[in-house]
Design a protein around this ligand. Structure first.
Ligand SMILES: NC(=O)c1ccc[n+]([C@@H]2O[C@H](COP(=O)([O-])OP(=O)(O)OC[C@H]3O[C@@H](n4cnc5c(N)ncnc54)[C@H](OP(=O)(O)O)[C@@H]3O)[C@@H](O)[C@H]2O)c1
Length: 332
């Protein structure tokens, strides 16, 4: 028997939901990603608490990929355990995404963008999560070798098979995004969403991707909006033992947390303080300042971090003066 758990009756009242491009789908302004902290190496009880708290705060969208862990696949297995038990009766209140594109298994069919790989990978993801379908299936990174017609044709097929309701792309530049959009459109499927990296330290999307998405009516969900923790107070007093930068399997390397960056983030924290916010809240509000930004996709290793991040929504407005102060700090 599933152990049904009860969530707050008013969980949808405070969360802000934004329309994803020109689609019918709304996403929470803050979504939770399971890249780190939800794998086989992590504490399952903590992972569960973070997921329950997220849902209780109105976060309806959880983002995964075939390779999240470590070991690869274990984040989907853990999420599947929770979905098939405590969250079972809430499936229709959840938007669950997964992806394929990066290395997952040996041989020529275990990564990139062939039909063979994408179909097999989604089958595996559905089994791991004990689901019949995902809400969004992404091609995780562009494949320079496979014709876009094959990759997008496979996304279209997956939608027609009912294995995903919507499809998205991640890490595609503006030009490839336009091409992917039109291949899909010609097949009769709309590209729902793009998932690029975007934060105060990496602003590549501002050049032409965001305007392209706006033109096309495609939604945007930015990943690593806190630069994996650098844009928070996490590293203000050195590198904590339990932080991503200290973990062997963490994608953030100690060398990336430089004194110069930490000093810059301390300056940003002063701007945040004048707004009654923490620096992570300022970084998220800054990320959400564009209308085209449907959602920011955060990570969290504790309930406390999650709650702090959702607190961003109490003050999203940034005036010209504040934006200029932020730009000046970022210029260094
Ligand atoms: N499409 C892609 O190619 C791609 C690539 C990367 C990520 N993603 C997606 O984006 C999601 C988020 O990425 P991310 O985890 O790098 O996002 P992030 O929000 O930039 O970083 C999350 C990390 O920042 C720290 N943190 C978060 N809130 C904090 C707070 N309030 N105070 C102090 N520290 C805080 C935590 O680090 P500690 O663990 O040190 O506590 C947390 O694990 C992923 O889970 C995944 O779904 C997609």
């Amino acid at each position: 028997m599933a152990d049904k758990i009860t969530f707050g009756k008013h969980r949808y009242d405070k969360m802000i939901y934004r329309r994803c491009g020109r689609s019918g789908l709304q996403l929470p302004a803050i979504s939770l990603g399971l890249w780190h902290n939800f794998g086989g190496v992590d504490d399952f009880q903590t992972a569960k608490k973070i997921i329950f708290k997220a849902f209780d705060l109105g976060i309806t969208h959880f983002d995964l990929a075939n390779n999240y862990g470590p070991p690869p696949g274990s984040a989907e297995i853990n999420f599947g355990k929770i979905l098939s038990k405590e969250l079972k009766s809430y499936r229709d209140e959840l938007i669950i995404s997964t992806k394929a594109g990066y290395f997952m298994w040996d041989g020529p069919y275990g990564e990139w963008g062939s039909k063979k790989y994408l179909v097999a990978s989604l089958e595996q993801s559905l089994k791991r999560m004990k689901l019949d379908y995902v809400d969004i299936f992404y091609h995780h990174r562009p494949d320079p070798q496979t014709p876009l017609e094959e990759t997008m044709g496979t996304l279209d097929l997956i939608v027609r098979q009912g294995k995903a309701l919507y499809v998205g792309i991640s890490n595609y530049d503006a030009e490839k995004t336009r091409e992917a959009y039109s291949v899909l459109k010609n097949l009769g499927t709309t590209l729902l969403i793009h998932q690029p990296k975007y934060n105060m330290l990496n602003r590549w999307v501002e050049l032409d991707l965001l305007s392209t998405l706006w033109d096309l009516g495609v939604g945007c969900i930015s990943f690593s909006p806190l630069a994996q923790g650098i844009l928070t107070d996490r590293y203000f007093n050195g590198i904590p033992k339990d932080s991503r930068a200290a973990k062997k399997h963490g994608f953030l390397k100690k060398e990336e947390v430089t004194d110069k960056l930490v000093s810059m983030v301390k300056e940003l924290a002063k701007i945040a303080e004048r707004r009654g916010q923490t620096v992570s809240q300022l970084a998220l509000a800054w990320n959400l300042r564009y209308k085209v930004m449907t959602s920011v996709l955060i990570g969290a290793s504790s309930v406390k971090q999650l709650v702090e991040n959702v607190g961003t929504l109490n003050n999203l407005e940034l005036d010209e003066n504040e934006l200029e102060q932020i730009n000046n700090v970022l210029k260094g």
